[in-house]
Design a protein around this ligand. Sequence first.
Ligand code: ATP
Length: 143
Amino acid sequence: MDEKSFKLDIVAPDRILYKGRVYSFSAPGEVGAFQVLHNHAPIISSLVPGEIKFTDEQRNTAYYAVSGGFVEVRDNRVLALVDAAEKAGDIDVERARKSRERALERIKSRKTEIDFERARRSLERANNRLQVAQRIHEDAVIS
Ligand code: ATP
């Protein structure tokens, strides 16, 4: 494993979610999940709903559910600008279940194409939150 760390900032519209040095970072890019280690080549990628995972300098691994956004990698700095992201331990599972139920109801009623697309995206976010929330049952999660 590469021993060198690099800077990570995860920024949501209303707050800074994480700021610190990490050894590895992975995110759900639009064309597939990607991993960043020290001295990674510069990239800009958009994000789709999925999991952000990183290992900090204490060797703890953190998992976040992310809804979308962008990642820029340059000069050993990763900047993740996210629409919304929640640490695995902070996910409100009941809220995600209710959101999932609402989305499924809307999909069943299927009034217009626009409603369908909105409901599909909402379902995707809720399913992702429910999946990432499962990470708290694993060892060594920062929560
Ligand atoms: P909901 O239908 O429950 O509002 P949503 O997918 O429409 O879900 P977003 O618009 O993605 O919600 O997020 C709005 C804010 O609420 C963000 O700050 C996001 O981090 C937070 N959030 C959404 N769902 C949850 C959840 N299940 N647990 C914790 N925070 C959540």
